[in-house]
Design a protein around this ligand. Structure first.
Ligand code: SOE
Length: 379
């Protein structure tokens, strides 16, 4: 057994999701040589980080991430701090020879992302970015079906990620809960936060995107900033949609918004090939829908695959309960944590690496530039 002593930076939503993942790995992936050890939790507020560490089982706490990185008893850091802190922490972590896991999006922009990828590669430390939806079993099954060639030539890729939590003008920007609305901390709005997920999945399933044409809107122009208490201009995109061309000749259509009344986290994608189509919906995440043109006569139609079989047919599912019982959102993180530990053993990269995540960053940036310039942009 080899320990991977973890320093978790951040104790919010993602700090909890990632910690839960590392805690589950040894129980559900017992054969893995590397075992995560919850060595230290790090956050600026001593009282809060102590409470988090006590609840989740971290052995110690730090209030300064620099101190965490100086410690010899930390092998890997997991960056769950707001986006504007990813780069500084990742560069310093690499300089200290630590493995680095980073919450998405990798960076505030492409240039920062490239610097981060260069830094981890130069030192040769293991790295990954938490684009967790790749590891939903139904999404992984979609990948396997596409790779088997069953869809044939792909014509269309369609995705959206819709939420409605910003509709009220009273929601403030900034602070622990709403840093995603503050441009200085988030870098962008729905593009980096939500479309980035759709883009990561799309690049993985359907290959590179060559050009984009986007439009974005900020519906609420001013919001109170939590830190100053003052009404401050909103710099992020509240909604963004784009058309694109993939290198394989297919056409893409993407939409995301935080003003889609009634939708909390509707991530869906549909892919249409010459022989078959696939679609998936996060609200029903264990199901994959499949249409096969070869099906004959009256039985032709969309079939729903409940991705919960054990016999090796359905990715990851043999790890969990009995066939037919589904799993949920948090398991996508457990799978990524387990794949990361497995990659250490095999001395292989854990996808998406920082370098791969730069590709998503490039598309996000091209979309925002295209929207700002009202013009098609090459990626
Ligand atoms: C935003 O509300 C958010 O939590 C994103 O930051 C996550 O990445 C997404 O998975 C769900 O929505």
């Amino acid at each position: 057994m080899t320990q991977m002593r973890l320093g978790m930076i951040g104790y919010g939503f993602m700090g909890r999701a990632h910690t839960n993942a590392f805690k589950r790995v040894p129980d559900f992936f017992p054969e893995l040589k590397y075992k995560p050890v919850l060595q230290a939790a790090c956050g600026r507020n001593q009282e809060k980080v102590d409470a988090f560490a006590a609840q989740w089982g971290y052995a110690s706490t730090e209030t300064d991430w620099r101190k965490l990185l100086e410690r010899d008893d930390i092998d890997a850091v997991d960056i769950c701090a707001p986006n504007d802190r990813h780069k500084e922490i990742a560069l310093a972590a690499a300089a200290h020879g630590k493995m680095v896991l980073c919450e998405k999006p990798l960076a505030m922009n492409t240039a920062d992302g490239i610097e981060m990828a260069d830094a981890v590669e130069k030192v040769g430390v293991a790295n990954t970015v938490w684009y967790n939806y790749r590891r939903v079993p139904a999404v992984m099954l979609a990948k396997q079906i596409i790779e088997s060639g069953k869809l044939g030539r792909i014509y269309h890729y369609r995705a959206n990620f819709l939420q409605d939590w910003c509709i009220s003008e009273e929601v403030p920007q900034g602070g622990a809960s709403n840093w995603r609305l503050a441009i200085d901390e988030a870098g962008s709005g729905v593009t980096g936060d939500l479309l980035a997920h759709c883009i990561d999945t799309a690049l993985w399933l359907n290959g590179s995107i060559s050009q984009v044409s986007g439009m974005s809107e900020t519906f609420v122009k001013e919001r109170v900033h939590v830190e100053t208490g003052e009404l401050t201009p909103v710099g992020i995109d509240d909604a963004c949609a784009f058309l694109c061309r993939f290198d394989n000749g297919s056409l893409g259509l993407f939409e995301s918004s935080r003003y889609a009344c009634g939708h909390k986290a509707l991530y869906t994608f549909e892919i249409n090939g010459a022989n078959a189509s696939i679609r998936w919906d996060l609200h029903d995440l264990h199901r994959l829908e499949f249409f096969d043109k070869a099906d004959q006569g009256a039985l032709r139609g969309w079939r729903t695959i409940h991705v919960s079989d054990h016999g090796g047919d359905h990715p990851y599912m043999g790890r969990w309960w009995v066939p037919g019982l589904q799993i949920g959102y948090e398991h996508s993180f457990v799978h990524q944590a387990a794949d990361f530990m497995a990659s250490l053993e095999k001395n292989e990269p854990c996808s998406p690496t920082f370098r791969e995540a730069v590709e998503t960053q490039k598309v996000c940036e091209a979309v925002l530039n295209s929207a700002a310039n009202e013009a098609w942009m090459k990626v």
